[in-house]
Design a protein around this ligand. Structure first.
Ligand code: TRP
Length: 324
Protein backbone atom coordinates (compact mmCIF):
# COMPACT_ATOMS: atom_id res chain seq x y z
CA UNK A 1 0.00 0.00 0.00
CA UNK A 2 1.19 3.49 -0.83
CA UNK A 3 1.93 5.91 1.96
CA UNK A 4 -0.34 8.92 2.19
CA UNK A 5 0.29 12.59 1.60
CA UNK A 6 -2.04 15.40 2.56
CA UNK A 7 -1.58 19.08 2.04
CA UNK A 8 -3.74 22.10 1.56
CA UNK A 9 -3.88 25.78 0.87
CA UNK A 10 -6.35 28.41 1.89
CA UNK A 11 -8.32 29.57 -1.17
CA UNK A 12 -7.07 33.13 -1.48
CA UNK A 13 -7.37 33.30 -5.27
CA UNK A 14 -4.80 33.05 -8.02
CA UNK A 15 -1.42 31.58 -7.15
CA UNK A 16 2.00 33.04 -7.88
CA UNK A 17 5.48 31.75 -8.64
CA UNK A 18 6.22 31.57 -4.91
CA UNK A 19 3.47 28.95 -4.57
CA UNK A 20 4.66 27.19 -7.71
CA UNK A 21 8.31 26.80 -6.76
CA UNK A 22 7.73 26.71 -3.01
CA UNK A 23 4.98 24.11 -2.87
CA UNK A 24 3.28 22.96 -6.05
CA UNK A 25 6.34 21.50 -7.75
CA UNK A 26 6.82 19.38 -4.66
CA UNK A 27 3.17 18.33 -4.62
CA UNK A 28 3.43 17.30 -8.26
CA UNK A 29 6.58 15.27 -7.64
CA UNK A 30 4.90 13.23 -4.88
CA UNK A 31 1.96 12.11 -7.00
CA UNK A 32 3.38 8.85 -8.32
CA UNK A 33 4.94 7.53 -5.18
CA UNK A 34 2.17 8.40 -2.71
CA UNK A 35 -1.58 8.43 -2.39
CA UNK A 36 -2.01 12.22 -2.43
CA UNK A 37 -4.82 14.35 -1.04
CA UNK A 38 -4.79 18.04 -1.91
CA UNK A 39 -7.36 20.17 -0.20
CA UNK A 40 -8.80 23.63 -0.53
CA UNK A 41 -8.91 24.74 3.11
CA UNK A 42 -12.05 26.82 2.82
CA UNK A 43 -13.01 26.52 6.49
CA UNK A 44 -9.57 27.85 7.29
CA UNK A 45 -10.23 30.82 5.03
CA UNK A 46 -13.08 31.68 7.39
CA UNK A 47 -10.72 32.15 10.32
CA UNK A 48 -9.57 35.49 8.94
CA UNK A 49 -12.27 36.32 6.36
CA UNK A 50 -15.32 35.49 8.42
CA UNK A 51 -16.96 38.85 7.81
CA UNK A 52 -16.77 38.64 4.02
CA UNK A 53 -17.15 35.15 2.61
CA UNK A 54 -18.14 36.25 -0.89
CA UNK A 55 -14.84 35.34 -2.59
CA UNK A 56 -14.05 32.02 -0.93
CA UNK A 57 -15.87 29.76 -3.35
CA UNK A 58 -14.69 31.50 -6.51
CA UNK A 59 -11.17 31.51 -5.11
CA UNK A 60 -11.30 27.74 -4.78
CA UNK A 61 -11.88 27.45 -8.54
CA UNK A 62 -9.02 29.83 -9.30
CA UNK A 63 -6.74 27.87 -7.01
CA UNK A 64 -7.69 24.43 -8.27
CA UNK A 65 -7.21 25.67 -11.85
CA UNK A 66 -3.70 26.75 -10.86
CA UNK A 67 -3.00 23.38 -9.24
CA UNK A 68 -4.00 21.48 -12.37
CA UNK A 69 -2.11 23.99 -14.52
CA UNK A 70 0.98 23.27 -12.44
CA UNK A 71 0.71 19.53 -13.01
CA UNK A 72 -1.49 18.20 -10.22
CA UNK A 73 -3.28 15.41 -12.04
CA UNK A 74 -6.84 14.68 -10.93
CA UNK A 75 -6.38 11.12 -12.23
CA UNK A 76 -3.58 10.58 -9.73
CA UNK A 77 -4.37 12.87 -6.80
CA UNK A 78 -7.51 13.50 -4.83
CA UNK A 79 -8.47 17.17 -5.13
CA UNK A 80 -11.22 18.23 -2.76
CA UNK A 81 -12.79 20.96 -0.71
CA UNK A 82 -12.47 20.77 3.07
CA UNK A 83 -16.01 21.96 3.80
CA UNK A 84 -17.52 19.26 1.53
CA UNK A 85 -16.17 16.52 3.81
CA UNK A 86 -18.06 17.06 7.04
CA UNK A 87 -15.70 14.84 9.07
CA UNK A 88 -13.19 17.72 9.17
CA UNK A 89 -15.46 19.74 11.41
CA UNK A 90 -16.40 16.66 13.42
CA UNK A 91 -12.81 15.70 14.17
CA UNK A 92 -12.00 19.36 14.84
CA UNK A 93 -14.56 19.26 17.61
CA UNK A 94 -13.14 16.07 19.12
CA UNK A 95 -9.56 17.31 18.99
CA UNK A 96 -10.53 20.66 20.45
CA UNK A 97 -11.55 18.80 23.61
CA UNK A 98 -8.06 17.43 24.18
CA UNK A 99 -5.90 20.31 22.97
CA UNK A 100 -4.51 22.36 25.86
CA UNK A 101 -4.98 26.10 25.36
CA UNK A 102 -1.32 26.67 26.18
CA UNK A 103 -0.26 24.83 23.01
CA UNK A 104 -2.36 27.24 20.96
CA UNK A 105 -1.37 30.49 22.67
CA UNK A 106 2.25 29.43 22.29
CA UNK A 107 1.97 28.85 18.55
CA UNK A 108 4.27 31.30 16.70
CA UNK A 109 1.82 31.74 13.81
CA UNK A 110 -0.89 32.80 16.23
CA UNK A 111 1.28 35.44 17.85
CA UNK A 112 2.63 36.70 14.54
CA UNK A 113 -0.72 37.07 12.85
CA UNK A 114 -2.27 38.79 15.85
CA UNK A 115 0.53 41.33 15.56
CA UNK A 116 0.48 41.66 11.79
CA UNK A 117 -3.17 41.64 10.84
CA UNK A 118 -4.53 44.86 12.28
CA UNK A 119 -7.55 45.45 10.06
CA UNK A 120 -9.50 42.46 11.41
CA UNK A 121 -10.55 41.46 14.88
CA UNK A 122 -8.88 38.13 15.44
CA UNK A 123 -9.83 37.64 19.05
CA UNK A 124 -11.92 34.65 18.14
CA UNK A 125 -12.14 31.07 19.25
CA UNK A 126 -11.82 29.83 15.64
CA UNK A 127 -8.69 31.83 14.96
CA UNK A 128 -6.99 30.46 18.06
CA UNK A 129 -8.10 26.98 17.03
CA UNK A 130 -6.71 27.23 13.50
CA UNK A 131 -3.97 24.62 14.13
CA UNK A 132 -6.49 22.19 15.66
CA UNK A 133 -8.53 22.29 12.47
CA UNK A 134 -5.34 21.73 10.52
CA UNK A 135 -4.50 18.74 12.74
CA UNK A 136 -7.96 17.34 11.99
CA UNK A 137 -7.31 17.76 8.22
CA UNK A 138 -4.12 15.76 8.46
CA UNK A 139 -5.11 13.08 10.97
CA UNK A 140 -8.39 12.34 9.20
CA UNK A 141 -6.45 10.91 6.24
CA UNK A 142 -3.84 9.13 8.35
CA UNK A 143 -1.31 11.14 6.36
CA UNK A 144 2.27 9.96 6.73
CA UNK A 145 3.72 12.98 5.03
CA UNK A 146 2.67 16.62 4.82
CA UNK A 147 4.57 18.77 2.33
CA UNK A 148 4.64 22.29 3.73
CA UNK A 149 6.74 25.41 3.94
CA UNK A 150 8.80 26.28 6.98
CA UNK A 151 6.08 28.58 8.31
CA UNK A 152 3.86 25.54 8.88
CA UNK A 153 6.28 23.47 10.95
CA UNK A 154 4.77 24.56 14.25
CA UNK A 155 1.35 23.40 13.04
CA UNK A 156 2.79 20.03 12.09
CA UNK A 157 4.39 19.66 15.49
CA UNK A 158 1.07 20.46 17.11
CA UNK A 159 -0.65 17.86 14.91
CA UNK A 160 1.83 15.25 16.10
CA UNK A 161 1.32 16.19 19.73
CA UNK A 162 -2.45 16.10 19.40
CA UNK A 163 -2.26 12.67 17.72
CA UNK A 164 -0.06 11.37 20.53
CA UNK A 165 -2.39 12.74 23.17
CA UNK A 166 -5.41 11.19 21.48
CA UNK A 167 -3.65 7.84 21.23
CA UNK A 168 -2.68 8.01 24.91
CA UNK A 169 -6.25 8.57 26.00
CA UNK A 170 -8.17 6.33 23.63
CA UNK A 171 -5.81 3.79 22.08
CA UNK A 172 -3.56 3.74 19.08
CA UNK A 173 -5.76 5.07 16.29
CA UNK A 174 -4.07 8.14 14.80
CA UNK A 175 -0.88 8.32 12.75
CA UNK A 176 1.77 10.91 13.64
CA UNK A 177 2.48 12.83 10.45
CA UNK A 178 5.91 13.95 9.24
CA UNK A 179 6.48 17.33 7.66
CA UNK A 180 8.27 17.33 4.33
CA UNK A 181 9.98 20.63 3.77
CA UNK A 182 10.29 21.91 0.25
CA UNK A 183 13.95 22.31 -0.58
CA UNK A 184 13.36 24.42 -3.62
CA UNK A 185 14.56 27.76 -4.79
CA UNK A 186 13.18 30.72 -2.94
CA UNK A 187 11.53 33.13 -5.36
CA UNK A 188 11.65 36.69 -4.08
CA UNK A 189 8.92 39.18 -4.90
CA UNK A 190 9.77 41.88 -7.43
CA UNK A 191 10.63 44.24 -4.55
CA UNK A 192 12.99 41.66 -2.96
CA UNK A 193 10.69 40.93 -0.03
CA UNK A 194 9.05 37.51 0.26
CA UNK A 195 6.65 37.00 -2.66
CA UNK A 196 3.22 37.48 -1.18
CA UNK A 197 -0.14 38.44 -2.53
CA UNK A 198 -0.66 40.94 0.26
CA UNK A 199 2.56 42.79 -0.63
CA UNK A 200 1.50 43.25 -4.28
CA UNK A 201 4.95 42.05 -5.41
CA UNK A 202 3.98 38.76 -7.06
CA UNK A 203 4.30 37.28 -10.51
CA UNK A 204 1.15 35.25 -10.99
CA UNK A 205 0.98 31.89 -12.72
CA UNK A 206 -0.08 32.30 -16.32
CA UNK A 207 0.53 36.03 -16.46
CA UNK A 208 0.59 37.57 -19.96
CA UNK A 209 3.57 39.10 -21.77
CA UNK A 210 2.68 42.72 -21.01
CA UNK A 211 2.39 42.06 -17.30
CA UNK A 212 5.63 40.07 -17.27
CA UNK A 213 7.47 42.85 -19.08
CA UNK A 214 6.19 45.45 -16.68
CA UNK A 215 7.07 43.42 -13.60
CA UNK A 216 10.57 42.61 -14.79
CA UNK A 217 11.08 46.34 -15.46
CA UNK A 218 10.10 47.05 -11.88
CA UNK A 219 12.29 44.36 -10.35
CA UNK A 220 14.72 45.46 -7.70
CA UNK A 221 18.34 45.33 -8.90
CA UNK A 222 21.71 46.07 -7.37
CA UNK A 223 21.56 49.79 -6.49
CA UNK A 224 25.35 50.05 -6.81
CA UNK A 225 25.32 49.01 -10.45
CA UNK A 226 24.41 52.28 -12.13
CA UNK A 227 26.21 52.14 -15.47
CA UNK A 228 26.14 48.95 -17.45
CA UNK A 229 29.83 48.23 -16.98
CA UNK A 230 29.84 48.85 -13.23
CA UNK A 231 30.64 45.60 -11.41
CA UNK A 232 27.40 44.19 -9.95
CA UNK A 233 26.38 42.22 -6.85
CA UNK A 234 24.10 39.42 -7.97
CA UNK A 235 23.39 38.33 -4.41
CA UNK A 236 20.34 40.31 -3.35
CA UNK A 237 19.41 41.21 -6.95
CA UNK A 238 15.91 40.01 -7.79
CA UNK A 239 16.62 39.72 -11.51
CA UNK A 240 19.53 37.42 -10.75
CA UNK A 241 17.43 35.33 -8.33
CA UNK A 242 15.07 34.73 -11.23
CA UNK A 243 17.96 33.90 -13.56
CA UNK A 244 19.00 31.25 -11.06
CA UNK A 245 15.63 29.60 -11.62
CA UNK A 246 14.98 30.20 -15.29
CA UNK A 247 18.43 30.48 -16.90
CA UNK A 248 20.48 27.32 -16.99
CA UNK A 249 23.59 29.42 -17.60
CA UNK A 250 23.06 31.50 -14.49
CA UNK A 251 26.60 30.79 -13.23
CA UNK A 252 28.01 32.53 -16.30
CA UNK A 253 25.65 35.40 -15.75
CA UNK A 254 26.87 35.74 -12.18
CA UNK A 255 30.46 36.04 -13.41
CA UNK A 256 29.51 38.51 -16.16
CA UNK A 257 27.53 40.67 -13.76
CA UNK A 258 30.33 40.79 -11.21
CA UNK A 259 32.84 41.62 -13.93
CA UNK A 260 30.62 44.42 -15.25
CA UNK A 261 30.51 42.85 -18.71
CA UNK A 262 26.70 42.67 -18.81
CA UNK A 263 24.26 45.44 -17.89
CA UNK A 264 20.90 45.26 -16.15
CA UNK A 265 18.94 46.22 -19.25
CA UNK A 266 20.10 43.18 -21.20
CA UNK A 267 19.77 40.96 -18.15
CA UNK A 268 16.16 42.07 -17.70
CA UNK A 269 15.33 41.70 -21.38
CA UNK A 270 16.58 38.10 -21.35
CA UNK A 271 14.62 37.34 -18.20
CA UNK A 272 11.46 38.77 -19.77
CA UNK A 273 11.90 36.39 -22.69
CA UNK A 274 12.57 33.36 -20.51
CA UNK A 275 9.60 34.12 -18.28
CA UNK A 276 7.34 34.54 -21.31
CA UNK A 277 8.41 31.18 -22.71
CA UNK A 278 7.82 29.53 -19.34
CA UNK A 279 4.47 31.19 -18.81
CA UNK A 280 2.86 30.79 -22.25
CA UNK A 281 1.77 27.14 -21.98
CA UNK A 282 0.65 27.68 -18.38
CA UNK A 283 -1.45 30.69 -19.37
CA UNK A 284 -3.12 28.67 -22.12
CA UNK A 285 -3.86 25.72 -19.87
CA UNK A 286 -5.15 27.99 -17.12
CA UNK A 287 -7.44 29.89 -19.49
CA UNK A 288 -8.86 26.63 -20.87
CA UNK A 289 -9.59 25.40 -17.36
CA UNK A 290 -11.22 28.63 -16.25
CA UNK A 291 -13.42 28.44 -19.36
CA UNK A 292 -14.58 25.00 -18.32
CA UNK A 293 -15.99 25.44 -14.85
CA UNK A 294 -18.02 22.26 -15.17
CA UNK A 295 -14.80 20.28 -15.52
CA UNK A 296 -13.37 21.88 -12.37
CA UNK A 297 -16.63 21.18 -10.57
CA UNK A 298 -16.47 17.56 -11.65
CA UNK A 299 -12.86 17.21 -10.45
CA UNK A 300 -13.77 18.60 -7.05
CA UNK A 301 -16.90 16.48 -6.80
CA UNK A 302 -15.12 13.25 -7.65
CA UNK A 303 -12.23 14.12 -5.34
CA UNK A 304 -14.67 14.83 -2.55
CA UNK A 305 -16.26 11.39 -2.99
CA UNK A 306 -12.88 9.69 -2.57
CA UNK A 307 -11.86 11.93 0.32
CA UNK A 308 -15.13 11.13 2.07
CA UNK A 309 -14.45 7.39 1.95
CA UNK A 310 -11.12 7.76 3.70
CA UNK A 311 -12.42 10.34 6.14
CA UNK A 312 -15.46 8.27 7.04
CA UNK A 313 -13.33 5.21 7.76
CA UNK A 314 -11.04 7.13 10.12
CA UNK A 315 -13.93 8.89 11.83
CA UNK A 316 -15.62 5.58 12.43
CA UNK A 317 -12.46 4.26 14.13
CA UNK A 318 -12.28 7.43 16.18
CA UNK A 319 -15.88 7.07 17.37
CA UNK A 320 -15.20 3.47 18.29
CA UNK A 321 -12.11 4.51 20.24
CA UNK A 322 -14.21 7.13 22.05
CA UNK A 323 -16.89 4.50 22.74
CA UNK A 324 -19.49 6.70 21.07
N1 TRP B 1 -2.30 26.29 7.16
C1 TRP B 1 -1.94 26.00 5.80
C2 TRP B 1 -1.39 27.27 5.15
O1 TRP B 1 -1.75 28.36 5.54
C3 TRP B 1 -3.11 25.49 5.00
C4 TRP B 1 -3.58 24.17 5.50
C5 TRP B 1 -4.80 23.90 6.05
C6 TRP B 1 -2.87 22.93 5.48
N2 TRP B 1 -4.89 22.60 6.37
C7 TRP B 1 -3.74 21.97 6.05
C8 TRP B 1 -1.59 22.58 5.06
C9 TRP B 1 -3.32 20.65 6.23
C10 TRP B 1 -1.19 21.26 5.25
C11 TRP B 1 -2.04 20.31 5.82
O2 TRP B 1 -0.63 27.18 4.23
Amino acid sequence: MKKKVLSGMRPTGRLHLGHYFGALKNWVALQDEYECYYMSADWHALTTDYADTSKIDENTFEMVADWITSGIDPEKSVIFKQSDVHQHSELFLVLSMITPLGWLYRCPTYKEQLNEIKNKDLNNFGFLGYPVLQAADILLYMADIVPVGEDQLAHLELSREVARRFNNFYGNVLVEPQAKLTKSARVPGIDARKMSKSYGNSVMLGEDDDAIKKKVQEMYTDPLKIKKDDPGHPEGCVVFAFHEIFNENYKERETECKAGSVGCVLCKRQLTEMLSVFMKPLAQKRADLMNDKSYLQKVIKEGTEKAKETAAATMSNIRKALKF
